[in-house]
Write a protein that binds this ligand. Structure first.
Ligand code: AMP
Length: 418
């Protein structure tokens, strides 16, 4: 027996219905805020991810599904969507005539992490990227939109965590301070953090070891070391959020695990999720478009982790099973034949109906109608067929009515008689 690979799962009905409904709600809000859908490839050249996400990040160093294809080209399954969105923005020159573009995408992402509750190797994101504006108004707009998404989904018990990771200029000053601090701690840090402290010191904040985190408790934080412009930008974002009634908690440890972030960084976390508590995350990446070979265009984006979001909503969002309105009970070969035509005609008319291809007796077909929770059944036997009649029965009350088959399609009697 085959099984899905470790960390990869099927989304079965009726859970898939919850997914579809959550996706629709999110997409509607995104469209209302002016985002257009972009459909991105599932794999890209590995270099796209190593260059944008950064070689010292966990994603690139440990988690990418990379492979060489038959033409010896190096590809990776996408671990996230921003790199591809930037690549597409540049490849198709979506920055002309205006750099202002709002795009959203959805689909599976792949990271070879250790599977655990809320952490999968194939997981789903809906992400959005807004290019061309560095104003703090846009940062606030994105966060207002995320709050609206949570409201539309009736999601409570979540918190917005906010930080600023500055720009390369503030970071170059800060880097030295952090390195000096780490130097004194180096013998207590894990091997990865020892290396990071030399190559990319801010990445030490991503370390999952509690021991390292303890050692970082007194480390200098980037938000306390911002230059004037970045500090002013962060202040404005905070003021705009306050003006919109958006509550947030400052989290100076929030550095978001990817190298391209600048200035505003944020996560939406829920106390109901356990260790993997973030169900969305994002931030500004004002330098990435240029770094990827394009013009200097600022941008901000986020991704919602659908697996975690749906798990938060599942308990309350019990969507009805896909049950038929009508079950056709067909007695005899001729009734089966006629009933089959009727089934397809009803479906074409938008009425959900089912029949039994195994053609059992009245009792067994009635049992199946019950099991499928049909609201009505239509009974067609030899006697009815002769008269071109059909019996309509409401399952719950047992009330019956004899109708002309032709009337059934003309006047759609469901709900009319009872
Ligand atoms: P990131 O791209 O790491 O910022 O992730 C954005 C969101 O995607 C996170 O807040 C999670 O909700 C979700 N996510 C990231 N990695 C995983 C994973 N391995 N399994 C499930 N969800 C994930």
């Amino acid at each position: 027996m085959f099984k899905a690979p470790k960390g990869v799962r099927d989304i079965l009905p009726p859970q898939s219905k919850t997914w579809r409904s959550v996706e629709n709600t999110i997409q509607q809000v995104l469209e209302d805020f002016g985002f257009d859908e972009i459909r991105l490839p599932v794999f890209e050249s590995s270099e796209l991810f190593t260059r944008s996400i950064g070689t010292e990040t966990d994603i690139v160093a440990k988690e990418m599904y990379s492979f060489t294809d038959r033409g010896d080209r190096n590809y990776s399954l996408r671990p996230e969507g921003t790199a591809s969105a930037v690549r597409a923005y540049l490849e198709h020159q979506l920055y002309t005539p205006s750099p202002y573009r709002k795009l959203y995408y959805s689909g599976p992402m792949f990271r070879s992490e250790r599977p655990q509750a809320g952490r999968y190797r194939q997981f789903f994101q809906i992400g959005a990227e807004a290019f061309g504006v560095d104003s703090p108004y846009l940062d606030a707009e994105i966060l207002v939109m995320l709050k609206l998404i949570c409201q539309r989904l009736n999601l409570t018990e979540w918190e917005l965590q906010l930080n600023s990771v500055g720009c390369p200029v503030c970071r170059s000053n800060y880097r030295q301070k952090l390195q000096d601090y780490l130097q004194a701690q180096v013998s207590f840090l894990c091997e990865d953090c020892q290396r990071r402290s030399q190559t990319n010191p801010m990445r030490v904040f991503d370390c999952k070891s509690a021991h390292c985190q303890e050692r970082l408790a007194a480390a200098p934080r980037v938000a306390d070391n911002l230059g004037d412009e970045c500090r002013e930008h962060f202040e404005q974002v905070k003021n705009l959020l306050a003006a919109q009634g958006i509550e947030y908690k400052l989290n100076p440890n929030l550095v978001r695990g990817l190298d391209y972030y600048t200035r505003t960084a944020f996560e939406l976390v829920s106390t109901k999720l356990g260790a993997q508590n973030a169900f969305a995350g994002g931030g500004r990446y004002d330098g990435l478009v240029e770094e990827m070979g394009g013009p200097s265009i600022p941008a901000i984006g986020f991704a919602i982790g659908m697996d975690r979001l749906v798990s938060l909503l599942e308990e309350r969002l019990t969507l009805p099973e896909n049950r038929p309105l009508v079950y056709l009970i067909l007695l005899g070969e001729q009734a089966q034949c006629e009933g089959y035509n009727l089934l397809l005609k009803l479906r074409t008319a938008g009425i959900k109906c089912e029949m039994d291809y195994q053609s059992g007796g009245m009792k067994s077909q009635m049992k199946k109608a019950d099991k499928m929770q049909a609201e009505y059944c239509l009974i067609l036997g030899e006697t009815e067929l002769k008269e071109q009649n059909i019996i309509l029965r409401q399952m719950q009350s047992g009330q019956q009515q004899t109708l002309k088959i032709d009337d059934l399609l003309r006047v759609s009697p469901f709900g009319k008689y009872w």
